[in-house]
Design a protein around this ligand. Sequence first.
Ligand SMILES: Cc1cc2nc3c(=O)[nH]c(=O)nc-3n(C[C@H](O)[C@H](O)[C@H](O)COP(=O)(O)OP(=O)(O)OC[C@H]3O[C@@H](n4cnc5c(N)ncnc54)[C@H](O)[C@@H]3O)c2cc1C
Length: 375
Amino acid sequence: MDYHNFDLIIAGAGPVGCILAERTAREMGWKCLLIEKRSHVAGNCHDFIHESGLLLHHYGPHFFRTDRKSIVDYLSSYTEWIPGNYRVQASYREELFPLPINLTTLEKFFRCSLTPDSAQSLLRAERIEVNEPKNSEEYVLSRVGKKLYEAFYLGYTLKQWGIHPRELLPSVCGRLPIRFTREDRYVDELYQIMPKDGYTRLFERMLRHPLITVLLNTDFLKIRHLFKTAKAIVYTGPIDAYFDFCHGALSWRSLDFEWVEMNKPFQQPCVSINYPSEHDYTRSVEIKHVTGQKHARTVISHEYPHSGGDPFYPVLTEPNLSRYSLYRRLGEKETTEKAVYFCGRLATYSYLNMDEAMQNALDLCQVLKKRHHHD
Ligand SMILES: Cc1cc2nc3c(=O)[nH]c(=O)nc-3n(C[C@H](O)[C@H](O)[C@H](O)COP(=O)(O)OP(=O)(O)OC[C@H]3O[C@@H](n4cnc5c(N)ncnc54)[C@H](O)[C@@H]3O)c2cc1C
């Protein structure tokens, strides 16, 4: 391959890399080389057909949800949609409780019937006053009190992150709302939908363009010296690796998946059951609830969190964020001096939902257009 022949080099074929390739090829007429370390495109959204014939999410369940109509419109050129049926429960005391916490959760947990008003009074009495919570433990105690914290948050967080909620920033456990209604959908966004044929098909269709070349099973960092003539480089891998870990390694949490096939149409009542205290795994996922497939058999996956392995979740502690800010500064210099742009989950050391990562990619396209339109 003639590596000198490309306008844009993109490292990583996740949602961000695919969108950048598609937009710059179509809108700017750029010739793009998309380099991916793994054997497939779609990044962590990758899904595949299991030997049973079931469509499975390779790297954990991916619920597409967004309030951004513009993103849904854009993706609709590459997929049809089916409704997302995202419902999650927690197993505790051998009972199942809806998550996020809602009126039904509170009634089952406190074994009483409640109205929205009496539920608010109950939680007011449970809460522990904390002025400006500094960590996840203080944040959760100040919102739901000790009993709910110990039942649904403490054990889950210890397993998921391998550290105490006291060491994590408030935002880590603050992602889930508390509801005083019976609403039991997992998320609140306006659009809760799934690509009809899966995420991988969607991104494969996006990349079908004569100006886009995809190179799989290739680590960009091992061949970066080859790209001297491109107008720009977009790097979506881990930012610390790009700079050879010169400020030390950023911490990530990863997951191992155990797949269990069963000879029955469904094993559990909803897509995910979380286990705050039982089992070594954090949750069991039956993705069939959201892919809408009809099949006589089912597959569930158990998720075992650990450190090392593929980077999945940034561990948001003060020391990690200080370290990241050193890398971000190096990244900004690289952007100004060498037109290397850092975009996406791994390159910005942030937990981004798909729609947020996609929006960042679309925003970066605007920056590229502005800076490089005379190149
Ligand atoms: C377990 C899990 C569950 C999730 N669930 C949801 C959900 O329900 N809803 C939601 O909206 N979001 C969810 N997300 C987030 C979602 O996966 C991300 O928003 C999205 O994948 C971000 O896209 P990206 O392109 O930035 O990164 P990625 O998808 O991580 O893609 C980056 C790609 O870069 C490649 N790469 C890295 N380094 C190199 C290199 N040196 N050379 C070549 N290639 C490289 C990687 O192999 C990877 O394929 C979840 C994430 C995880 C981990």
